[in-house]
Design a protein around this ligand. Structure first.
Ligand code: PMH
Length: 372
């Protein structure tokens, strides 16, 4: 018997048309032969990796990028043909799977190639992309002295292929381009030192692809945040070459509505006390869903109007101040549009004193993702 799940009305709605449109708009913006690598790591920034990847591929993406071997295994199970790149460090014991399933790995040290000796693939060689750390300080080779021996070691081996080389920018979304320009220079210097250019050179994240020099599109761009319809920064928003459409919304329903008299309080710590007679609505979402306690005071939308979250957010429930006695089952939008009003993911990010990238990532798996 199939067991029904998701009885609770709390759900994230992912607009796949928006994702397709964002990818299609990027396609128009890029030079003809530049490929789009859809960055679907971390469950597609919390949006749902399988559905997002399918939408991105339909709209023109030719490669998927994930962060970990497990994410690559998950993607391969759903997409037998598409090229998949693991952006992070992969332990050499993954090599046999990578060879068999054509997963491209990121490398940045000769030690890794040495450790790989115990796991050498039998049949196909494994495709590798060399990561250059041009200033992010995360993973990657930082000099020619590191790059050239690594490149030689890979090309000397029948078990590996240098399929690509890439770097990642720390400040591509900022107006001041000094640090960015230094990263570009170092990457170009290292690229020029190679005996021959690998098949895929890629450096551009969203911000680079959208607002930097077109020569930085190279052979492919790694499209993350704006595929989801979100801006990497407000600066990029000011000079965006095409409109983007957010894909993520979050909604629930009122499960209880009650009048509260002046002087009565709400929630743990009784931190909110009614100053007059009011209506309080309870919604079935809390910090265990990723609606962190710091979002206390954030507005939600009910009946096309703004209503505030009052008292402390609980693990599974929260209370809101209602303008009138709504019925149980009344829709409540936490992120997204209702009538003329909109609450954005950036509103949540501001309230949480973080960036929009983080918000959908921390909406937990308890909140089902529904697709439209
Ligand atoms: N390439 C790499 C190597 C990345 O780490 C990321 C995002 C992207 C491309 C896509 O960037 P975009 O979403 O700005 O387009 N990585 C991360 C990160 O590690 N933390 O925040 C974003």
């Amino acid at each position: 018997m199939d067991i029904q799940t998701n009885y609770r009305p709390t759900e994230a709605i992912i607009n796949l048309q928006a994702i397709k449109q964002n990818v299609a708009s990027l396609r128009q913006h890029l030079q003809k032969n530049v490929q789009i690598i859809a960055v679907v790591k971390a469950n597609a920034y919390g949006h749902g990796d399988v559905e997002v990847a399918a939408a991105a591929i339909e709209a023109g993406a030719t490669m998927l990028a994930v962060a970990t071997p497990d994410e690559a295994v998950h993607m391969r199970a759903h997409f037998p043909e598409i090229d998949i790149l693991i952006l992070g460090a992969t332990p050499p014991n993954f090599i046999p799977y990578a060879a068999k399933e054509n997963i491209t790995l990121t490398v940045f040290s000769t030690d890794w190639i040495k450790y790989a000796a115990s796991y050498l693939p039998q049949a196909q060689p494994v495709k590798l992309h060399i990561k250059v750390d041009s200033g992010m300080g995360r993973i990657g080779v930082t000099s020619k002295e590191e790059l050239i021996p690594l490149y030689q070691m890979i090309t000397d081996s029948p078990h590996f292929i240098v399929d690509g080389i890439f770097t990642h920018f720390a400040t591509a979304d900022e107006e001041d381009s000094l640090y960015f320009d230094n990263q570009v220079s170092l990457f170009k210097e290292l690229l020029a030192a190679l005996p021959s250019k690998p098949r895929l050179v890629h450096v551009a994240n969203t911000a680079t692809a959208l607002v930097k020099d077109i020569s930085l599109q190279y052979d492919a761009v790694r499209f993350g945040i704006s595929m989801y319809g979100l801006l990497p920064s407000s600066y990029v928003g000011e000079i965006l070459p095409f409109p983007i459409q957010p894909a993520f919304s979050l909604q629930t329903e009122l499960v209880h509505v009650k009048p509260l008299q002046a002087g009565q309080s709400v929630g743990y710590g009784a931190t909110f006390t009614a100053q007059e007679d009011i209506y309080v609505g309870t919604i079935p979402i809390g910090y265990a869903d990723g609606m962190l306690r710091k979002l206390g005071g954030q507005e939600v939308l009910v009946g096309g109007e703004r209503a505030k979250i009052i008292g402390r957010i609980c693990m599974d429930q929260s209370m809101i101040l209602l303008p009138k006695a709504y019925n149980i089952g009344e829709p409540v939008v936490l992120i997204g549009r209702q009538g003329q009003e909109e609450i954005t993911l950036d509103d949540w990010a501001n309230k949480l004193e973080t960036i929009n990238y983080e918000v959908p990532c921390v909406i937990t798996a308890r909140v089902p993702r529904k697709y439209q």
